[in-house]
Structures are given as C-alpha cells and as structure tokens.
Design a protein around this ligand. Sequence first.
Ligand code: NM2
Ligand code: OGA
Ligand code: ZN
Ligand code: ZN
Length: 360
Amino acid sequence: MMSDYLVYKNRRYHYFWLRDNCQCEHCRHASGQRIHETSQLNSTVRVARSHETPTGLEIVWSGDDQHRSFFSSQFLAQHCYDEESTAVIKKGDKQQLWGAALTDNIPCFDYLKVSTDDDEKCQWLNSVVTHGLAKLINVPTEPGTILKVVAQFGYVRSTNYGDLFEVLSVEKAVNLAYTPIPLSLHTDNPYRNPVPTLQLLHCLVKADRGGVTALADGFYAAEILRAEYPEEFTLLTRQKVAFKFASADAILQHKGCMIEIDPSGAVAAIRINNRSVAPFDLPFSKMLPYYRAYRQFMRILQGDACKVTLTLAAGELILFDNQRVLHGREVQAIGARHLQGCYADRDGLQSTAALLNATG
Ligand code: NM2
Ligand code: OGA
Ligand code: ZN
Ligand code: ZN
C-alpha cells in the first residue's frame, strides 16, 4: 500500500491532516478560520513533492491542482500527534489537586491590585485554573461589588436566583441557603443543565458566631475514592441520578452522574448537593450499593484529608470552579450575616487568563 503520511523530524503526519491544515490564503481566512470544507477535500490527496526549508516544510500536492502548502517547524511541533498514549488518563495539564493542607495556603489576592495590575490579575485567574479557587481581600462591602469583580474577567450567568443573590437568613426561605442551617459540602445548581461553572461568594457582613465556610477539591477526593474504593467510584461515574429544585418561579430537574469522567477516564465534573437529590430511582439491585458509594464519597470529602475551613471576613470574596470545588457552611450562623453570590462562566475566565498569559 502506498504510504499515506510523511515524516518530518521523526514524526509522522498524515497527508490528509496536512492538506486539511494548510495555512495558505486560499485555505485560511486572515482571521485564522478555515475556509475550505474538510468534507469536500479529496480523501486520496497525495504529496507530489516536499522539501525542508530552514524554517519548515514545503509541500506541492498532487491530485489537487498543484496546491502548495507551507508549515513552519513551530506549527508542526506544536500540533504533533504522533504518539500512541491513549491508555493514559490525562488530567488537565494545569490542574493542581489539593487537600486539607491548603488551609493556610489558599491563593489570595488583593482586589485593588488585581483590578489595576494585569500581572496580578493574570495570577489571580491562573489560580482559579490550577486550584479551582482563589480568595480576594479588600473587596469593598458596597452591595453589588461582586458584579464588578465578575466584570474583571467575564460575564455573569443569570439564573432564577437573579444576576446576584443575597445569602441571608429569611422567613419562608425557598432554599436552605437562605436559612442559618449548616450546609454540607456541595456544588450549586446540579438541577440545571448546563450547570453554572463558576461561583463567587462575597462577604458583606460576617456572622457574630458560626457561618464558617468549608471547601474541598472534589477532583482530589474523587481520586482518593478511585484508589481506595474503585467499585464505588465506578458506580458514581456510571449511574445518573436526578436533582430537583422547585419554587414559585422555577421548576428545575436534571439527571447526571455525581462524578463525571471524560473519555480518557479523567475526572471532569462533580455534582453533589444533598438537599436537592431527588428520591433515587435506581434498579433494586443497585440501590444499596449506590447509597454506599455516595455516602463513602461524602465521608472522604468531609474528612480530614480533604476539607479546608475558613471564616470569610467582611470584604473577602471567594471565586471557585463550581464543577470541581465543593463549598459548604459549617456551624449555624448567629447574627446578621450577609453574603452576596453570583455565577459566571469558566470558559470566559479561561479566555481572559489566556489573553493575559499571552501578553504578559
Ligand atoms: N442559592 C444560594 O444550588 C443550590 O440550590 C444552592 C443556591 C440559593 C443561589 C443554593
Ligand atoms: C450558597 C452557599 C454558603 C454560605 O449560597 O450556595 O452555599 O456560607 N452558601 O452561606
Ligand atoms: Zn491551502
Ligand atoms: Zn452553595
């Protein structure tokens, strides 16, 4: 059989891949977007001639009107795919998992600095990418400031709870969040699809007593579960369960796995919220094993290896990945505690971080 690839610097590149990724002005718009339709290319396109220049690789194609391509060696190195490593579970290359030892090392930044200095802003956002979490201090306690914080990196995701929500203890609360009752570690809005990917909580008034914030890296806890209780881990990644929320202005329901893995097996998202789990609707034979797995995962999350606690002071704000980092409220809040919260999109934050990293 005729070869369908060429070798450049000991790496193989398929002819079709090269033709599809041609960077010439007929194939790519000045914006960088592809002009030709991949589905319309000649699938048997072949290289008529190729030669290496000091800066890359030139190709003249046969069976395609003598089309010419040039690939810089940088482009080829950056996009090289010649490796058979599909069996390896790849966690996001920037992720840094953390456990209880983070208590004294939570990435912490000053609001004035991040809003006036791009390097500082870049480090703040990079921490959210790596740790799924960052704390801001010296955030003015003027109500609504949380929206200005979001504007530093992206846009608010509005929900049935509004652009922002008041975490206050009220009469006739629609959600346990709006009572002084403790909340076990959870991710917000598991009953939505898509789930809001980022959450911010800004403390305007600290409780006289109680109202302690608990945090845990769900990805770290999931790796403990995977290592120590593999069957329980698998059950939580395979069996969907329903989450529900209903109030006067919303009826929301979604079925999903408590631990989501990507096709390589890497943990991609956590969905845990004890107060809004609907009655499990599982095959009879799976009911008790599922409870065992869920309860074991909660014990790991709430245990000494994973959980970090802190009490937010007025003017402090936490920004975290709502599909990775679980949050909770320990100890009944006494006094006029007041937080404001809101949601935002992780991809917008990642985009701002990427721009800052590119220019910095
Ligand atoms: N609040 C704080 O997702 C949840 O139901 C947790 C969300 C009410 C917006 C609480
Ligand atoms: C929430 C929440 C925690 C707190 O509003 O979603 O979890 O400390 N609040 O009040
Ligand atoms: Zn071209
Ligand atoms: Zn919450």
